[in-house]
Unconditional design. Structure first.
Length: 150
């Protein structure tokens, strides 16, 4: 499935997305993940830093959705599909470079925002993130416009 340019642009502007997977009892598990790459032909790459719930869920049930919203623009999408897990050995160096660039961008944006707002606390949790151990490769099957527009 092709991902429209407006959806790609929207997702690339997000700091993170909400990833939903299914637990073994069928309940929904949500977590925050960063997108590191989008192939307009219908593939989204996400890095997961912790091999915890999302990892365990995707090992046995490959269904996944990602949701992103922008309250100010009243815009958002939910993309549904199937996931494949790629181990660290199969992560292309270019993907890790994109991840490093995203982390640097997020820290820089936070510093600038804190300076503008004259905040005295300058925490940067991204600087302490562990290196990714695996990559989630999501094949998009369906895109839902959360505003109800077509």
């Amino acid at each position: 499935m092709q991902i429209p340019k407006k959806v790609v642009d929207f997702l690339e502007s997000q700091g993170f997305v909400i990833v939903s997977t299914l637990d073994k009892d069928g309940s929904i598990h949500n977590s925050c993940k960063g997108i590191v790459g989008i192939d307009k032909k219908g593939v989204i790459y996400l890095l997961d830093l912790y091999q915890a719930h999302t990892y365990k869920n995707l090992k046995s049930r490959h269904y996944i959705s990602i949701t992103a919203v922008d309250e100010d623009r009243f815009d958002g999408y939910c993309l549904k599909g199937k996931a494949e897990l790629l181990k660290e050995d199969f992560i292309e160096p270019g993907i890790i470079k994109l991840w490093d660039t995203n982390i640097t961008r997020r820290i820089t944006q936070r510093i600038i925002k804190n300076l503008k707002e004259e905040k005295s606390s300058f925490g940067h949790p991204e600087a302490n993130f562990p290196r990714p151990k695996y990559l989630i490769k999501m094949k998009v099957k369906r895109i839902v416009d959360l505003t109800g527009k077509k």
